[in-house]
Design a protein around this ligand. Structure first.
Ligand code: SAM
Length: 490
């Protein structure tokens, strides 16, 4: 019997898997990787590692690894709100614009996703002038898609009116030919660039859901760049509901309709658009002006640490030679709600700091809190011009919309901020308050309960920036009082 794989061999295997298939495996998966390396190599691990490291690894090896190592969970009508946005908005818009629509399901697994797109297109009367492509790296999944026979588990979310397309056949259900014929499948590796496939502007709509979440950050970024290149300007990208483009790309605007988020490819030369659209209309939010910024969560943590240090030193004796004197004083002034002074300090910053995202955010918060809504909007637009998916900018825009009485638009932005930064307590709290006012008590309860949980551990500096001058305990009380009011009302 061969000796088990050495840790260095497994580490090399892990690196090569990330390079070749994009897949990211954490420390807990090392035992699995060692087993797969052994089973694929037939005892000659060095040969497999050398093949993977070579210029053109064998397709059969990559197929086998994809079969062994990918997560393939999928089902019909997954995230139905996105399918409705596809059928009712994205598809008609693209067909109208280009006369036809090219749609791609990247990482289609056993076919439920592209077949759901075909069914949705048919349900909406949009199935002519439509090409549906689908690919996956895992050949076992493509073989299932070709059989198109599914279990009841795959059909668990299927709407009743779509049932006739799946006829019982023994213990399973066979998909109707008219839907099967609508999708062209192929085996393809998303981690591999192929200019002949990813031609500029080729696709109108791309679904790449629950695939990038298994990729390394570098490979996610490269795959999104490939998709961005192949999407026509104005084309749509749908990710899984737990995935965002935050930190991955600045080539897209965030859109919100049908109760879901998705992205639209920015057109070249377009101006930044600061506001999310009203519900049921896709909303341009920004356009790329700089390379992707670090994740917003990281940015805010960095800003928070900076601001926290600044705020605490501002409470103590003013330092004689502060490293960033103007920002320190600006933060101290915000703490004391001296908004004019904050803006004065910011205005005196050297030009190279004036467009720093932390500075723009502080400025926008101050302008919104002091009621100069138009200026706050302008500052948010500048911030979004630097970082298209900046959750803080959406939060401040929501404040502006709320002050202007545009509650639906405000809700879009609060929800956008919470989507882009899942731990953002204040965005949840504000969304919950608005949902209650807009007569959506169930959704309001959900958001407020999440906010109450998150507020406990919310960063102090983030509360200082976004809490409107209220301390943590007051915000928590507000949250609980809102929840109690609804409890009493129901
Ligand atoms: C969790 S499934 C998602 C299926 C479907 N998109 C959905 O959301 O229901 C992920 C799929 O991505 C595929 N995948 C993973 N890495 C890939 C790669 N490098 N190239 C193409 N497909 C890949 C897997 O084989 C798997 O079928």
């Amino acid at each position: 019997m061969n000796a088990p794989a050495a840790p260095l061999e497994v580490a090399r295997f892990r690196t090569l898997l990330a390079e070749r298939l994009g897949l990211d495996f954490d420390e807990h998966k090392l035992t699995t990787l060692a087993k797969v390396l052994d089973s694929c190599s037939g005892g000659d691990r060095q040969r497999i590692l050398a093949d993977l490291a070579g210029t053109a690894p064998a397709d059969s090896l990559l197929s086998r690894l994809a079969t062994e190592l990918t997560v393939t969970e999928t089902y019909f009508f997954r995230s139905g709100d996105q399918l409705r946005a596809f059928g009712e908005l994205a598809l008609p818009e693209r067909q109208q614009l280009r006369g036809r629509a090219e749609v791609l399901s990247a990482g289609c697994a056993s076919g439920e996703e592209p077949f759901s797109l075909a069914m949705m297109a048919r349900s909406c009367g949009r199935d002519s002038c439509l090409s549906l492509h689908a690919f996956d790296a895992n050949p076992a999944m493509l073989a299932r898609a070709a059989r198109a026979r599914y279990s009841t588990w795959s059909l668990r979310e299927l709407p009743d009116d779509w049932r006739p397309w799946l006829q019982p056949d023994g213990e399973q259900f066979q998909l109707a030919q008219e839907i099967r014929r609508a999708v062209r499948f192929e085996q393809r590796n998303l981690a591999l660039d192929d200019p002949a496939f990813w031609q500029p502007g080729r696709f109108d709509i791309v679904f790449c859901r629950n695939v990038l979440m298994y990729f390394t950050p570098q490979q996610s970024q490269a795959a999104v760049a490939r998709i961005a290149r192949a999407l026509a300007p104005g084309g749509y990208l749908f990710l899984g509901h737990a995935e965002t483009l935050r930190g991955l790309s600045n080539d897209f605007r965030l859109c919100h309709s049908h109760g879901t988020f998705y992205y639209q490819r920015s057109a070249g030369g377009e101006q930044a658009m600061p506001a999310l659209p009203a519900a049921a209309q896709p909303m341009p939010v920004l356009r790329p002006a700089t390379p992707p910024e670090p994740l917003w969560a990281e940015q805010i943590e960095r800003a928070s640490r900076r601001i926290d240090a600044l705020a605490s030193s501002a409470r103590a004796a003013p330092p004689c030679t502060p490293a960033t004197p103007d920002l320190q004083m600006a933060m101290a002034s915000l703490h004391q709600e001296r908004f004019g002074q904050v803006l004065e300090h910011i205005g005196k910053l050297p030009p190279q700091h004036a467009a720093d995202p932390d500075v723009l955010l502080l400025k926008a918060v101050t302008q919104a809190q002091s009621g100069t809504v138009a200026r706050a909007r302008e500052t948010c637009a500048a911030l979004l011009g630097r970082d298209a998916l900046h959750a803080g900018a959406h939060y401040v825009l929501a404040l502006c919309e709320e002050m202007d009485g545009e509650l639906a638009a405000a809700l879009d932005h609060y929800q956008g901020a919470a989507y882009l930064a899942p731990g953002f307590a204040m965005a949840r709290l504000q969304a919950g308050r608005l949902l209650r006012r807009l007569g959506q008590p169930e959704a309001a309860r959900r958001e407020l309960a999440l906010a109450a949980q998150m507020l406990e551990g919310e960063d102090a500096a983030r509360l200082l920036l976004f809490g409107g001058g209220f301390p943590r305990a007051a915000l928590l009380s507000l949250c609980l009082a809102e929840l109690a009011t609804m409890g009493a009302a129901s």
